[in-house]
Design a protein around this ligand. Sequence first.
Ligand SMILES: [Cu+2]
Length: 499
Amino acid sequence: MTSLIVLLCIILIAIVMVQIGKVYELTTQIKGEEATMRDNSKWNGWLSLIFLVVFLIGVVWSAYSYKNVMLGFGPHESASEHGKTLDSIFNVTLFFTGIVFVLTHLALFYFAYQYRWQKGRKVKFIPHDNRLEVWWTAIPAVVMTFLVVRGLNAWNTVMADVTPDEDYIEIEATGQQFNWILRYPGPDGKIGTRNYKLTSPTNQLGIDFTDPKSWDDVVLPGGEFYLPEGKKVRVRIVAKDVLHNFDLPHFRVKMDAVPGMPTYFIFRPTTSTAEYRAQLRHYPEYNEPFDAAEPNGPKRWEKFDYELACAELCGKGHYSMRRVLKVVSQEEFDAWYKTQKSFYLTEIRGKEGDPNLQKTLDAEVRQRAAEFSENMKKAVEATDATAKTLPLNHINFETGSATLTADSKYELDNLVTALNTYPAINVEVAGHTDNVGDPAVNLQLSAARASSVVKYLVDRGISAGRLTAKGYGETKPLVPNDSPENQAKNRRTAFTILN
Ligand SMILES: [Cu+2]
């Protein structure tokens, strides 16, 4: 129906145009060629002037009415250090080009009006004028030199790489169809090396896991990501398939992600997400409801978030590369960072394709120590009895014996640290076995193993009076002994906080 009406309108407009043409022809015949030409010129001259005025007013009006939603103005001043320089360059350029823009338009339309056709007016030709040539070469040359020198200066400052002794955080952004995979360095502050030949379904970035720097790296394939306010950030930018573009518009960060050629961008976020929202709050545009269907719901400024986009039209799903960035204080960032797990330790470690199966890794030791102290804190604060018992997951004994293996020391040292942190608590160390073999032998073995643990703790300076060793044999299984997996769960050593 709609298309039929549109079609009818087009036909009607065409008929009207043809009719106007006919009327024009008739009036020309009645009035004579010359009179028509004079009238036309007069009309066109005046219309030029009217257009000029309406156009210039429109330009100023639209710039004014959108000033609070454009980057670089009002609440959208740059949220990064270097961005303020870039904004100022843009504004200075806009100032000069603005002058040229207004003057050329004034001249263009005024000339069309002033020199409209008039009877008897003669054309004057100026084939060449040296003075004019000098002016319109010299003025742009001076202005351009000024703009280009400033721009080059800014480029050199913005693109200057970090020096090794500087305080900064380096992250890596890999563009692929269609998301950004972000990689953080982990506690060692260094991102591990990559090799595209190692790319596999489980290792999408081709991270080289024989490189110790990669063991604690955190990989964020989706969701929000965080950066600390005031800290220099170096983003290593990589592409896996086609050209992408790493764009953080509010920070004036924009750099191509080129397949086969890593690029980088360095910036320092100076405005946190919360501060940016507080800025927006003072502008009417951001006090509208965020969701029009919910007039009393949150306002637009409350829902504002920085975004990471891909600024290269890289394919059909291009838009879905958007990621939310939260800029927070260093403390909040550290708190968030602590909750992030190492990609290697959670996804690769101990599985097929792990090149370090025979080693205990520093990163692993660090992560277990952090988890241990976290669990210990909870257990100490807990009030119910079951929460006071914690497993010693990473200690092992030689088969059929109470001799601790060498790599058990990491977990035991965590317990030593915990007992030193909470000097008032006493613990019972308990050995448990599965139901394989003679119950009496199991009981004896579990007691001997608990004693080995206690002996280790005493050797590390923990008072023997705080420790009790107990063997429970197979009397307290965690789960029924009905499968090899469950039996393995029941062979364990644990400790209970007694007071
Ligand atoms: Cu893209």
